[in-house]
Structure formats: structure tokens, C-alpha cells
Design a protein around this ligand. Structure first.
Ligand SMILES: NC(=O)c1ccc[n+]([C@@H]2O[C@H](COP(=O)([O-])OP(=O)(O)OC[C@H]3O[C@@H](n4cnc5c(N)ncnc54)[C@H](OP(=O)(O)O)[C@@H]3O)[C@@H](O)[C@H]2O)c1
Length: 332
């Protein structure tokens, strides 16, 4: 049946300004790294995306290598876009990235202008788009001059193949240099995409301050630590969970779910229960309490996870005791 978006889609989502730009992003965005590959059920992929949009999630985050196999998530998203979301294209912020290995030979990886431009052209083709809203360099390249990589982002924007430029996984000093270069080129950096969760807090040591000073937005990924910061692993590893499925390319594996970690998660879960929310909701709210965070990118394997996550916005304040309790659990 033809999809019609919910008329209530803008009623409960919060939108936050991305740095000092004109762009507002939903507090929760949807990422398609996992669960949108060839092995995943197309109807479920469609349900996740349309549930997200029906609830005000206007931002969908992709990359050239998301799948499996690499490229498959862009193809899946392109089909959903073409079948269901095309009438709403102007209500969407769609991002993609290049920076990890995509094809054989010297031009299919890292940060050369040759690779970035070829990859962006391929991404546009896979998704059936004329332009993406944000094009990211996915990770710093130690062997390519930063100026060349930034000039590729600048070129993509000048050619109209991307509206905005972004960087991901850059440390504070690398980010500062990239942001300055892009500014000089006349294509300001819109956004940085780092990993940030209760368990991975490097961004608190310099990067968030740097981005705030530069007026650049910040969108955090793996804020649920790939599902670890939910209640799903408290009683073992479900076969249909990410860790239970033994997925390739950086997906969480069962050896990361050790007894000490599960004990911590159990204690965090008790704090969440005392706040009348799920641990997933508390973990997202905990990231969003920092006004320097523009958005968190949620990964989801089913539509109910999207609606569960969004409900975090109804209970996002923490009192002093709750914050102290969380800090002491994380410090143990
Ligand atoms: N720039 C980068 O280098 C980079 C790297 C990684 C990710 N990202 C972006 O960030 C996005 C999210 O990353 P991620 O998938 O690692 O994020 P995540 O949100 O930390 O983990 C997603 C997983 O958590 C579980 N989950 C989600 N909501 C839940 C809920 N309400 N209750 C219980 N479990 C829930 C699901 O696991 P199950 O599958 O087990 O159900 C889901 O697949 C990616 O799709 C991508 O767009 C970017």
C-alpha cells in the first residue's frame, strides 16, 4: 500500500540547531550502518524508516560501506526513498560518507580527492539522488594532505552534489585544522560525527569544546554502545541480537559482553527503572543533556526500538543524585 506520512509527525520530536548553521536536526536521527543489508528483510527495513519519519526523525545517516555487503544499505534506502519517501524529499536530511575501503586498488579507500568524488558519485547512484544533504569524510587519513581531503568536500558542495560538509572520527586537533581549512575555502564544516556513549567518553576531553567554539554541530554515534546500554543482554545473548548474529565489520561481538560489563549495565538499568524509563531511553537522554550535542544517531533492528528510543524525550532531565549515581557506576 502507498505510504502516507503521519500528519502528527512534527508534534513530539525536538529539533536542535546544528552549530551556528541554519540547519535544525532532530534530537534523534536514524543510522543505517547495520540492519539494512542484503541479509535483512526489506519490509522490516521499510517499517523502521517509515516509523522513524512518522515520529519526526527527518535525518537518515548512511555511508558508502554500510551493508553488508558495502553499498547495500544505500541501495535499500534508495528503494525506500523511491517507493515511499520521494514526496517528502525536501523534509529529509540524508547523509553519506566515504573514508573506509570500498573497492580494490589505490583509489578505493582513505581520503584522496579521487576516491571521495568517485565514491560520492556511486552513493548518489545507489540512492537515486541528485544530491545528499551532508557528505562526510569518514575518518582521518594520515597519508593524504588534509587540504586535499577538505578540498574534495568543498568541491562536492560547489558541484551541488552535497549541500553541507562534515567530518567523522577526527580528534580535537585534526578537527580544528579541518574546520579552519573548510572555513577558508568558503564551505564551513556543518557537523562532526564522533562515537559517544556512557562507556566511550573521549569527546568530553576537548572535542566538544572545540566544536562549540567553532560553531560546528555534533552528532553522536553508538550512543547505546551497539545495544549494550539496553536491557537486552542482562540474561544472556539473544540469538537475534547484534552480538548474537556474529556480524562483520566492527559490529559488537559476544566476547564484549563479559560479566563485569553486564553487572554495570544491571546497575544502570536500576537507575533507569527508578526514573520510570528503559535503559535505552536513559542512555540517550544522558547524551542529549549536553546542549553541545545536536543529535544522537540511533541504530535499530525493529520499529519498536525507534518508538521506545524517542520516548526518552519525555523524561530527559537528571537530578544531581542520579548523575552522581551514574558516575559512580561508570567509575567502578
Ligand atoms: N561515523 C562512524 O564511524 C560511525 C560508526 C558507527 C555507527 N555510525 C552511525 O551511527 C548509527 C548508530 O550506530 P549503532 O548501530 O552502533 O548504534 P546504537 O544505537 O548504539 O546501537 C543500535 C542497536 O541497539 C539496539 N537497540 C536500539 N534501540 C533499542 C531499544 N530501544 N531497546 C533495545 N535495544 C535497542 C539494537 O540492537 P539489536 O540489533 O541487537 O536489536 C540496535 O541495532 C549507525 O547506523 C551509523 O549511522 C557511524
Amino acid at each position: 500500500m502507498a505510504y502516507r506520512a503521519s500528519e502528527n509527525r512534527y508534534q513530539s520530536m525536538q529539533y536542535r540547531r546544528c552549530g551556528l548553521s541554519g540547519v535544525m536536526l532532530p534530537a534523534i536521527s536514524l543510522g543505517l550502518w547495520q540492519n539494512f543489508g542484503e541479509v535483512d528483510t526489506p519490509a522490516n527495513c521499510r517499517d523502521i524508516v517509515t516509523t522513524a519519519f512518522d515520529n519526526g526523525i527527518t535525518h537518515f545517516d548512511l555511508a558508502n560501506n554500510y551493508g553488508p555487503p558495502p553499498g547495500a544499505a544505500e541501495l535499500t534506502f534508495g528503494r525506500i526513498l523511491n517507493d515511499d519517501l520521494l514526496p517528502y524529499r525536501d523534509e529529509l536530511i540524508i547523509s553519506t560518507k566515504a573514508g573506509y575501503k570500498m573497492w580494490e586498488g589505490p583509489y578505493g579507500d582513505w581520503g584522496s580527492k579521487k576516491y571521495l568524488m568517485a565514491s560520492l558519485n556511486q552513493s548518489l547512484k545507489r540512492m537515486g539522488l541528485e544530491y545528499v544533504d551532508i557528505f562526510y569524510h569518514h575518518r582521518p587519513d594520515p597519508n593524504t594532505p588534509l587540504e586535499e581531503t577538505m578540498s574534495a568536500l568543498d568541491l562536492a558542495v560547489r558541484q551541488g552534489k552535497a549541500l553541507y560538509a562534515g567530518i567523522s572520527n577526527y580528534g580535537p586537533n585534526e578537527a580544528k585544522a579541518a574546520i579552519q581549512m573548510l572555513k577558508q575555502m568558503g564551505t564551513p564544516c556543518l557537523i562532526h560525527q564522533p562515537k559517544y556513549s556512557m562507556f566511550v567518553r573521549d569527546v568530553e576531553h576537548g572535542l566538544l569544546d572545540e566544536l562549540e567554539n567553532a560553531g560546528v554541530g555534533c552528532i553522536a554515534f553508538s550512543t547505546l554502545a551497539q545495544g549494550l546500554l539496553t536491557n537486552k543482554y542482562l540474561d544472556g545473548i539473544p540469538a537475534d541480537s547484534r552480538a548474537g548474529r556474529s556480524l562483520p565489520n566492527g559490529a559488537i561481538t559476544s566476547d564484549k559482553i563479559d560479566a563485569a560489563t553486564v553487572d554495570k549495565v544491571r546497575e544502570l538499568n536500576e537507575v533507569a527503572i527508578s526514573r520510570n524509563q528503559t535503559l535505552a531511553q536513559m542512555a540517550l537522554a544522558w547524551i542529549l543533556k549536553d546542549s553541545r550535542i545536536t543529535s544522537v544517531i540511533l541504530g535499530a533492528s525493529r520499529p519498536e526500538q525507534v518508538t521506545d528510543a524517542i520516548a526518552c524525550l519525555r523524561n530527559s532531565d537528571f537530578d544531581h543524585d542520579q548523575l552522581q549515581r551514574i558516575e559512580s557506576i561508570l567509575a567502578d
